[in-house]
Design a protein around this ligand. Structure first.
Ligand code: GLU
Length: 291
């Protein structure tokens, strides 16, 4: 029988807070209950915001919390070659295109379109979709700009991808923490528009690295926060395009701050380091997150 495999996948771009503690401990509880594997993956593709100091603090916090992961950890920044070869496939199959517009250009383009009375579509996070301008650039123009070292990102041509697959996609979502029942959720990749799959200097994005790693690490159960629920639609599409297996998902409740909002890494007093400094124990943390 293959073992169930869980993972906790933080990004070392700030301190861990109660929300991370809940996610890590829930993964641990589910792995223990099913006698499965528990992996830790360091999602550090953003080599500017992620630092060795944050990573060291993160590992120390997790150890203190009693989170026990299999060694070695997978550090995404050590695997750019693997992501690059997946990206090459998408490039060869014409499913991505180089997108050159700067943030300012995107804003101006959308403002102009809205002035003419058209509401610009937004993704589930409220971010305006990328304008269709670069998708229409002739190949020689793309090549010229790349040769001139223009800044660009590789974006998924999601319309082409949906047409290529020619079928509706869905995923299996667990409905509660006991992982006993699943329901099928329709993936809606078009809602996100042409998402970034890689950058000029970094051959991946969050979405690409996550699906490649979940597959390479044999992750069977992705247990992560509700804030990533609809992003799963994009990830299901990438899995399908790249022929990768699909895990089952459980998007758990979020731990909210005193103001009722999602915690962020700059939210000092719910940081695990700050809690430890005021004398809280790992059991206090468990209680605070309801585990
Ligand atoms: N690295 C992501 C984060 O810290 C989580 C990715 C995932 O669990 O799929 O938000």
């Amino acid at each position: 029988m293959t073992l169930l495999t869980f993972r906790f996948a933080p990004s070392p771009n700030g301190e861990l807070h109660l929300g991370h503690a809940y996610s890590a401990l829930l993964n641990q509880r589910l792995a223990k209950r099913s006698r499965g594997r528990l992996l830790l993956r360091i999602e550090d593709i953003d080599t500017v915001r992620c630092t060795p100091q944050f990573e060291a603090a993160m590992l120390a916090d997790l150890k203190w919390l009693g989170f026990e992961w299999e060694k070695p950890v997978r550090r995404q920044s050590e695997h750019f070659g693997e992501y690059a070869s997946m990206l090459d496939r998408l490039i060869r199959e014409d499913l991505v295109y180089p997108a050159f517009m700067s943030r300012g250009e995107i804003r101006a383009y959308i403002a102009e379109s809205e002035r003419r009375g058209r509401d610009w579509p937004r993704d589930p996070d409220g971010v305006p979709l990328y304008p269709p301008v670069d998708k229409a650039l002739p190949v020689h123009e793309r090549k010229r700009r790349i040769a001139e070292k223009a800044t660009f990102a590789w974006r998924l041509d999601v319309g082409a991808a949906v047409a290529r697959l020619g079928k509706e996609l869905s995923w299996a979502e667990f409905t509660d923490e006991t992982l006993s029942d699943t329901s099928s959720v329709e993936a809606r990749p078009l809602d996100w528009g042409d998402v970034i799959v890689a950058r000029r200097d970094i051959p991946t994005s969050y979405h690409l690295a996550v699906v490649v790693d979940d597959a390479l690490q044999g992750v069977s159960h992705v247990v992560r926060g509700q804030d990533l629920f609809s992003a799963t639609g994009v990830q299901r599409m990438l899995q399908e395009l790249l022929g990768l297996p699909q895990p089952a998902y459980f998007h758990h409740r979020l731990i909210l701050g005193p103001d009722g909002r999602k915690l962020s890494k700059s939210f000092g007093d719910t940081g695990l380091g700050a809690l430890r400094a005021t004398g809280a124990s790992p059991n206090d943390v468990r209680r605070m997150v309801g585990l």
